[in-house]
Design a protein. Sequence first.
Length: 483
Amino acid sequence: MHALRPLLRKSLFNLFAASLACAALLAPRVANAEALLLIEAESGKVLQAENATIPWYPASVTKIMTAYVTLKAVKDGRLTLDTLLTVSPTAASQSPSKMGFRPGTQLTVDNALKMMMVKSANDMAVVLAEGVGGSIDGFSAMMNDTAQKLGMTQTSYVNPNGLPADGQITSARDLGILARSFLRDLPEYEYFVHIPAIRFGKRVTGNFNKLIGRYPGADGFKTGFICASGYNLVASATRNGRRLIAVVLGANSGTARAVKAAQLLERGFAQDNLTWLRPSLGTVDKLVPVDASPPNLREDMCGGHRKRPASDDDDALIATNGGTSGSASATGGEAQVTFFTAGLQPPLMKASELMATAAAPAEPVLVYTGPTRTGPALIAAVAADADQQTASKPRGKKSRVAKKPDAADKPADKKDAKTAAAKPADAKSDAKTAAKPAGTKHAAAKHDAAAKPAEKPASGDPAAKPKPKAATKPAAAKPANNS
């Protein structure tokens, strides 16, 4: 009996250690959280899953569902892509990223969808919601009903654009189900999820999904960012007739989410002939949801420790840090995962190097306000939007900003200072102009044919209750969404 005690004690210790290990694996990670999922588009087979069933704040990947519900309405004949929609005051008041159209502006469902999916325009999401569902609340009910029908049991929607709101929740599992449903149910409209760029007037905006035009075969879907969620991406790619869907939630930069998605996709394609060696993880709809609260990453993503505000405009991080900054959590094992350049020919590239390259040249898709037009009428519409952009630019703004630091422009004595103070409050006007993102004016300064798109960080926190009237008051100084 005494001889058996050491063996019994060792067995109990090993059992206890194994129990702790299992608990650690099953417990939701909150600090430095990240959720990953890789599935086959056709079969729904899960190739990789980490925290895939933990609830998450969706941010602008919400717009995949907004597009799905809208296009289902088109397919069912309740409206057409040519249907004219009107920008309401509520739509115009949404936080950036947005097109910035004035209330009363009209545009087609087709153009609103393209602007929403490429630029992640929050105002266009509301325009579509009001046009299809009558109101934000009405459309949100349609979104939730659709989610339940598709089997997205961890998802609930409060708005059509993903701006911070209590109850706006999803998971990597549910986003994988949604992406598969989009491809299955709306194959004739899937071009909306991989448009490389749009041209509105004089301004060209590239797709915020960095895989489009860089990763071979990339053909979807959508990015998203708010402080509480981190950087999210639902991506897809097709190779040799096989399409994979990757979901990345909670990456710490726009580059990191693209790198991680590229790594997932590449590993999935590399496993094509070795899947029989791996244990089956089942299909995405069979993944068991975790009953937990979404992790709030606000401090990690938008805290004071960041040297610059969190946003998708992090290309400089690649250039100055050799592709490592902003993607520490996304490049683990990158030395073992390399990528062929376009055409799947040598030389091989690391994921961060691939994301740092310029996107493949592509003709931007024209978008415009007003009804559907073709030929000379389309050219005239595009020219009219360009003229409107030029007319809306503030005059003399650049010269005043340029002169500001010059000591020679300061009043020379008290008399001059009093005279300057008595003049109309140009300085105040300039300060307001500089602090307030002015829709298309703000976007025009950010996006041109050579520039890469940038979005602003979220100022809201889904964990905190929204203040009254937040939905109708434009967030002038603190853009709330990024995608």
